[in-house]
Ligand binder design. Sequence first.
Ligand code: SF4
Length: 378
Amino acid sequence: MTASGRVKGWCPGAWRPMASGDGLIVRVRPRFGTLSRSQVLIICDASRRWGSGTIDLTNRGNVQLRGVHEQDWRSLLTALIEADLIDSSPEAEARPPVLVAPDWQPDDDNYIAAQMLSERLGELPALPAKVGFAVDAGPVRLLTDAPADFRIERAMTGSLMVRADGRELGTPVESVGTAVNTALRLARWFGESAGEGARRMKRRRDPLPDWLPEAVRPVLSQPSFPLGKHPLGLVYGLRFGQVSADALRKAVLPENVRGVRVTPWRRLLIEGAHPEPLDGLLTDEGDPGLTTDACPGKPFCEQATVPTRELAQQLAGEIKGRLHVSGCPKGCARQRPADTCIVGEGGRYGVIFQGRADETPEVAGLTESQLRSYFGVE
Ligand code: SF4
């Protein structure tokens, strides 16, 4: 296979990278959301050697290398396979992702379920792109807002349960094995009955099958992973979900670091880290880079017609509510509405209030300085 089969807008993987303004985007899907210390060092070295020297964390808890030259893609792929960071076949990489709550412990229900599920993904028929599983069976739910279609969770009654995304209630199950069987059965049912209809579970409005009664409520949701001390190490933030390879390398160099757990919330849990600030990693919950959404923009994406992140950083403290700055109407950084959405079109900025990047701007055709004046920011 060559990298030439890429398609614009394709959800990038390592085997099927996506072209961007600064080269290829190569995505690594860490197993159990975890990277060993040596794997992190290999990713950092690969990013510096074959990429732009920056590493992205996606809202699905994946790691992306940017700026990879076409001619270097094969060398990068080989290095990632040798480090056991990606599957050795494109077919295996195409299987649905399994997102697991990042505070899993060896041999707890989350770990066992994620392992069993991962081993059986090959049983599934082809499913629509982006469809995946979440294993989130701790005493509170962490992954409620993370994208996933078939969820293994903890019920209020204490038992495990399986819930179709978008439904309030789910089905109680007796054991981890039954939870995995049921989640796979649900995925199979979804694939076989999807037809030309909704391609994500939460958009399905038809009744669920009889064997999946909506009977129990999941435990409460706590969709946050505070920066700072954690029983497993320290949680750091990534501004706009991005970190330089140099900063990440430095963060894991101490030998007491065991590895890194990635999260869908622009946060990394460095296992065994010393409690100290690290250059390039955020420790302040109030940093706008944690809550403002901005895609890479110009010149890093070839579909962008305007720069985004520097502007977002400057405007974030000045604009009330959730801010999204998007290089084009595709809105990669945020699919849901924001209080203020600034979108690039034809080299100018438009503004949408309470909306998404693909909606019609209420104010359009602004230069960057006009935009700053509009918001009273000089
Ligand atoms: S939203 Fe941003 S990253 Fe996505 S295609 Fe448009 S410019 Fe590129």
